[in-house]
Design a protein around this ligand. Structure first.
Ligand code: GAR
Length: 202
């Protein structure tokens, strides 16, 4: 199964997908292209280092957000991508893009959704004072972090945590959970019933 990984930043989740799936011949998963909206995203370097094609698509190079989405869509279709994996991609897609790829876009978020949606989940988690947080992997719908949840993992939040220490704990779970979910998808184990996601055999 050909996937695209979209990333705006460091790309540690991309690295986990490269190590655990792209480099595992038995996974049936190939990262066909890595797309970023930022030229300097370290995710691009990670992909280039292992010979995965990369593309940069910047909002400022298009007249509007629908045209930006179309620019990404043309690349995805050109590579025959079957699953779009957002990994720290900090741009929202317009409804037409979501409709075109319904149930074929997944995202990862550093909280137990629906708690702490949005771009500042980790500081929001610390500010609220919850004792447990975690990671969610979900199908992207027209809202922000509102789509059907595929899998979650929890982590404790300690009194002396700061953003760095909590994010470190969250990343450990992200790097296990995201490759696992992509593997399930490639194996055809994921079924969506209304907004409930069922994973066969789990
Ligand atoms: C990840 O922690 C992911 O959960 C978060 O961005 C980080 C990207 O890290 N995503 C969001 O906050 C989405 N709202 P990475 O570039 O090292 O994979």
């Amino acid at each position: 199964m050909k996937i695209a990984v979209l990333a705006s930043g460091s790309g540690t989740n991309l690295q986990a997908l490269i190590d655990q799936l792209h480099h595992d011949e038995n996974s049936g998963v190939e990262i066909a292209v890595v797309i970023s909206d930022r030229r300097k995203a370290y995710a691009l370097t990670r992909a280039e280092e292992v010979g995965i094609p990369t593309r940069v698509v910047r909002v400022r190079d298009f007249p509007d957000r629908d045209a930006f989405d179309t620019g990404i869509s043309e690349i995805l279709d050109g590579y025959g991508v079957e699953l779009i994996v957002l990994a720290g991609f900090m741009k929202l897609f317009q409804p037409a893009f979501v409709r075109k790829y319904r149930n074929r876009i997944i995202n990862i978020h550093p909280s137990l959704l629906p708690a702490f949606q949005g771009a500042h989940a980790v500081p929001d988690t610390l500010a609220y004072g919850v004792k447990v947080s975690g990671v969610s992997v979900f199908f992207v719908d027209e809202g922000m972090d509102t789509g059907p949840i595929i899998a979650q993992a929890s982590v404790p939040v300690f009194d002396d945590d700061n953003e760095k220490s909590l994010l470190k704990r969250i990343h450990i779970e992200e790097h296990k959970l995201y490759p696992q979910v992509v593997r399930w998808y490639a194996e055809g184990k994921i079924e969506i019933v209304d907004r409930k996601v069922l994973v066969k055999g789990s």
